[in-house]
Design a protein around this ligand. Structure first.
Ligand code: ACM
Length: 540
């Protein structure tokens, strides 16, 4: 059956006849399952050409959907025999996962949007009991470095749902572009949503294009994205990065920058890759500006967690700025790290007062972690270990393992060699919970995510290539009950199941990296990267 991610328990009775789905099949949705039934009907009707009309709840035969309160919200059972296919779950999210499993059982063509001639549809007789390992199974999508139009984001959400991932960490702002409409501050999209040109590859290559780049989502676009994701039981966690990674915002509103040390009025949205020195000033006025921004963000995004970045904030301007130094003295702080911590703490309480929680990159540990903050551990496991041991929730996403901008094979043909080689097998052997954590601290690892930074992905086709097939391996790490010892994982078994999964990716129209390497149009000859030699961990 080649299910990916692998379910917890699967039993296949000997010699039992399969269920045949045909033009007479109906869907019976018990109370509470109507939303999942509507989507299952839409997807399977498109793929099969059958109407799959509703049947009265409780009617035997066909596809049956029901809730079972003895199961957890994301836990489900799928049982199929010649007479019926029954999906039950603790809540709609679990039922939605069951529906994805059903699609996989029906075969790759169930992922198409129109029927192929002569197709027949069967579900093998099976009993599946399944539940996820982690509650946060995420992917970060950076739409600042290269904007992804709304239709691409919706497509990406479908890809996450097909792999039972449930968090889209949406990286909406950065030095190189601001992508979210804020009605109170129109220059954030008027000025900060576009840049004049981009670097092509790393700085060392010295190559640039002359193509203006930009785009943004209106608030209605974002509401649509949030609702589309919610219908698939995916939470969109917005990221508004501060106080670093803010050159675009400073270019739009120069008063946000450190005006006593740089002529911020002369800045544009950044046209380089890397980490800009142009960070926010730490004044009360800047805090108010970002409160206003966040008021609109909270209106659009209902997620409990709101990501406020906090990463890679060079302190040079604060060191040189009399105003920032006066602020440090006035607040009785030790140094610039405590000043950054002051900013993050401010928004930690501001969010908590509004019933939300702050999550930030592991740099927010420096200068003291805000009381309610959760941590995305990206520079390695260390930040996550420290945070979990101090009782904070952690999402493990170490760059050495799950940064999908990094190349997925050695060799000259691999497009834009960035970072470490992280193969499909490497991702499959990634373990989110490090052995140093005792049981209580390990419970604070609420999940894991793969991060897709797009400096070197120019469009959605490049994103497809870098993300797949590795996101399939990542989904299994996040969902399945794999051996905690990476060496003990059944890589050969996963690889064999991937042979059945590639046709699903083909049916979804995903331009993944094939096991034998990039196709000619997937190469990027001559674009200079920044490969890091050696195994992850050896050089960092
Ligand atoms: C990051 O990669 N700067 C979070």
């Amino acid at each position: 059956m080649d299910l990916i991610p692998a379910p917890l328990h699967v039993q296949t009775p000997d010699d039992a006849a399969p269920f045949v789905l045909d033009a007479g099949t109906r869907i019976a949705a018990a109370p509470g399952t109507e939303g999942v039934a509507r989507r299952l009907r839409a997807e399977l009707s498109a793929a099969t050409g059958f109407d799959l009309d509703p049947a009265p709840a409780g009617q035997a035969g066909g596809l049956l959907l029901a809730l079972d309160e003895t199961l957890a919200a994301e836990e489900y059972r799928l049982s199929a025999d010649a007479g019926e296919v029954r999906l039950t779950a603790g809540g709609p999210a679990g039922l939605s996962h069951a529906a994805q499993t059903l699609r996989q059982l029906l075969g790759p063509a169930a992922y198409r949007t129109a029927p192929l001639p002569g197709a027949s549809w069967t579900v093998p007789a099976v009993e599946i009991h399944d539940a996820p390992r982690f509650g946060w199974r995420g992917a970060l999508l950076d739409v600042s470095r290269h904007f992804m139009p709304k239709a691409g984001v919706l497509r990406f959400i479908d890809q996450l749902a097909a792999h039972k991932l449930n968090v889209l960490h949406f990286h909406l702002t950065d030095d190189q572009g601001w992508r979210i409409e804020i009605k109170r501050y129109p220059e954030l999209t008027g000025t900060a949503a576009w840049r004049e040109r981009s670097m092509v590859g790393y700085r060392a290559g010295g190559r640039r294009d002359d193509q203006p780049h930009g785009g943004y989502y209106t608030q209605d676009d974002l509401r649509e994205i949030v609702a589309y994701a919610a219908a698939r039981h995916i939470t969109v966690v917005p990221e508004v990065d501060l106080p670093g990674h803010n050159q675009a915002a400073v270019a739009a509103y120069p008063e946000l920058g450190n005006t006593d040390v740089v002529d911020t009025a002369a800045l544009g949205t950044w046209t380089d890759w890397g980490v800009s020195e142009n960070i926010l000033n730490p004044s009360e006025a800047t805090l108010r500006f970002y409160e206003h921004v966040l008021e609109e963000v909270l209106e659009i995004f209902p997620s409990t967690f709101v990501h406020l970045g906090g990463d890679e904030c060079p302190k040079d301007q604060w060191k040189a700025s009399p105003a920032a130094q006066a602020r440090i003295a006035e607040l009785g702080l030790k140094d610039e790290f405590e000043l950054q911590s002051h900013v993050i703490r401010h928004f930690d309480s501001w969010l908590a007062e509004r019933g939300r929680r702050l999550i930030g990159w592991d740099e927010i540990l420096e200068g003291g972690l805000a009381p309610g903050a959760a941590v995305s551990s990206w520079r390695g496991y260390e930040g996550g270990i420290a945070a979990a041991q101090a009782g904070h929730d952690v999402v493990m996403c170490p760059e050495q393992h799950v940064y999908l901008d990094h190349r997925q094979a050695p060799g000259d043909e691999e497009p834009i060699p960035v970072g470490w080689v992280r193969t499909l097998e490497d991702v499959y052997r990634f373990e989110p919970v490090p052995p140093q954590l005792d049981e209580a601290a390990a419970r604070h690892v609420i999940g894991t995510q793969a991060n897709i930074w797009t400096e070197f992905m120019f469009d959605g086709r490049d994103v497809d290539y870098k993300v797949f097939p590795r996101l399939a391996a990542f989904a299994e790490v996040a969902w399945s009950d794999l051996p905690r010892d990476p060496a003990a994982r059944d890589w050969a078994g996963f690889e064999a199941r991937m042979a059945g999964h590639y046709p699903r990716l083909d049916a979804l129209g995903i331009e993944y990296r094939r096991p034998d390497g990039p196709r000619p149009w997937q190469r990027k000859p001559g674009i200079v990267g920044r490969p890091i030699d050696g195994r992850p961990g050896e050089t960092c």
